[in-house]
Design a protein around this ligand. Structure first.
Ligand code: NAP
Length: 330
C-alpha cells in the first residue's frame, strides 16, 4: 500500500480507482492549487503524487518528499515539474499524451477560425444591437482561411493534428518547425519544414504548439512578431510564457500583425491588463485546450493508470524519465 496525494479536484472516478487498488489516498478536493509551503508539507510522507499543471513541483517540493517514487501529472505539458531534479532523485514522472491531442487541435482551430472571422467581436456587435443594416464592406471584415498558409511552430502530436485540419479540411499549405524532420507528415500533408524566420515570413496563420522549455520561453517577442506578415494571425494553445505578452500587446496596437488568439497566458490566470482591454482582433480563452468532459476524464484515467503501474514497480506507459523506469526493471 502506498500513500498517494491528489493535489486538486480530479473527480471521483480517478480517486476511486486509486482507493480500489488498495492505496491510502489523500484527496484534496479543491480547485485552487496549494501554496508552495502547503505543498511541501503535504508531500512529506507521500509515495505517489497526482498533480495538475498549476502545481509547481520544484526542488523544494522534491527535497521535502523523501518517500516520493512517482509523480503523475494530469497534463501533457510538464513544465511545472523539475524533471531533471526528479530524475536525479530516482522519481518517475509521467504525463498524459495522445488522449488530448485531437481535442486541443479542435480548440486551436476553433480559435483560428474565431480570430479570422472575428466571431467574438461579431457576437458582441449583435448583442449590442449594432446590426442595423447589411453592408457590402461591414466594419467586421475578416480573413480567408481556405487555401492560406498555416505555419506550425512545433510539429508534434498536437501540431500535426492542427496541420491535418488545415491541410485536409481547409486546403492550407503547411509549413512547420520542429527539432527533427517529420517525413511522414511531409508526405501525408505535403508539408514543408522551414526555419522559424521563413515560417513567420510566409504564414497567414501561425500556430504555437511547442512545449515550454528554456529555449521556447519568449520565443515570440516584438522582434519575432515583426517578422510575421501584417495580415497574419498568431494562435497560442501551448503555454503562455512562449509569447512575451507585453510585446504582443504592442504588436496588436501597432498592427504589426492582424490578430491573435490565445488560450494560455504568461502569468495565468492573469493576463496583461492591456490585453483584457484590447477588443479588436484578439480572441482569448481561459486555458480550455483539452477542456471537454470526455477528454479531461481520459486524462485523469491516464494519470491514474500510470501511477498505479509505476507504484507496482513496472514501467508506466507514459513515463518521461524512461532511464529510471528501465533501471528499475533491469
Ligand atoms: P509533442 O508531441 O512533444 O510536440 C512538441 C513539438 O515541439 C515536437 O515536434 C518538438 O520537435 C517540437 N519542439 C520542441 N522544442 C522545439 C523548439 N525549440 N523549436 C521547434 N520545435 C520544437 O507535444 P504535444 O503533445 O503536441 O503538446 C505540445 C504542447 O501543447 C504541450 O507541451 C503543452 O504545453 C501544450 N498543451 C496545451 C494545452 C491547452 O490546454 N492549451 C493542451 C495540451 C497541450 P521534435 O518532435 O522534433 O522533438
Amino acid at each position: 500500500m502506498a500513500n498517494i496525494l491528489v493535489t486538486q479536484h480530479i473527480g471521483d472516478e480517478g480517486v476511486q480507482k486509486l482507493c480500489e487498488a488498495g492505496h491510502a489516498v489523500t484527496y484534496r478536493d479543491e480547485t485552487e492549487p496549494m501554496t508552495p509551503d502547503e505543498l511541501q508539507t503535504a508531500v512529506l510522507d507521500v509515495d505517489g503524487l497526482v498533480c495538475l499543471l498549476t502545481d509547481r513541483v520544484d526542488t523544494a517540493v522534491l527535497n521535502a518528499a523523501a518517500n516520493l517514487k512517482m509523480i503523475a501529472n494530469v497534463a501533457v505539458g510538464y513544465d511545472n515539474i523539475d524533471l531533471a531534479a526528479a530524475t536525479e532523485r530516482g522519481i518517475l514522472v509521467s504525463n498524459t499524451p495522445d488522449v488530448l491531442t485531437e481535442t486541443t487541435a479542435d480548440h486551436a482551430f476553433a480559435l483560428l477560425l474565431a480570430i479570422a472571422r472575428r466571431i467574438p467581436e461579431a457576437d458582441t456587435f449583435m448583442r449590442a444591437g449594432k446590426y442595423d443594416k447589411f453592408e457590402m464592406f461591414p466594419p467586421l471584415l475578416g480573413l480567408d482561411v481556405y487555401g492560406k498558409t498555416l505555419g506550425i511552430v512545433g510539429l508534434g502530436r498536437i501540431g500535426t493534428a492542427v496541420a491535418r485540419r488545415g491541410a485536409l479540411g481547409f486546403g492550407m499549405k503547411v509549413l512547420y518547425t520542429a527539432n527533427s524532420r517529420k517525413m511522414a507528415v511531409e508526405q501525408e500533408l505535403n508539408a514543408a519544414r522551414a526555419t522559424l524566420p521563413e515560417l513567420l515570413r510566409q504564414s497567414d496563420f501561425v500556430s504555437i504548439n511547442v512545449p515550454l522549455t528554456p529555449e521556447t520561453r519568449h520565443l515570440f517577442t516584438l522582434e519575432t512578431l515583426r517578422q510575421m506578415k501584417p495580415t497574419a494571425c498568431l494562435i497560442n494553445t501551448a503555454r503562455g510564457p512562449i509569447v512575451k505578452e507585453d510585446d504582443l500587446l504592442t504588436a496588436l496596437r501597432e498592427k504589426t500583425i492582424w490578430g491573435a488568439a490565445l488560450d494560455v497566458f504568461e502569468a495565468e490566470p492573469q493576463m496583461t491588463s492591456g490585453l483584457a482591454q484590447h477588443h479588436e482582433r484578439l480572441v482569448v480563452a481561459p486555458h480550455l485546450g483539452s477542456a471537454t468532459g470526455d477528454t479531461r476524464q481520459k486524462m485523469v484515467n491516464t494519470a491514474v493508470k500510470n501511477l498505479l503501474v509505476g507504484l507496482a514497480g513496472q514501467k508506466p506507459p507514459d513515463v518521461l524519465n524512461t532511464e529510471i523506469a528501465d533501471q528499475a526493471n533491469e
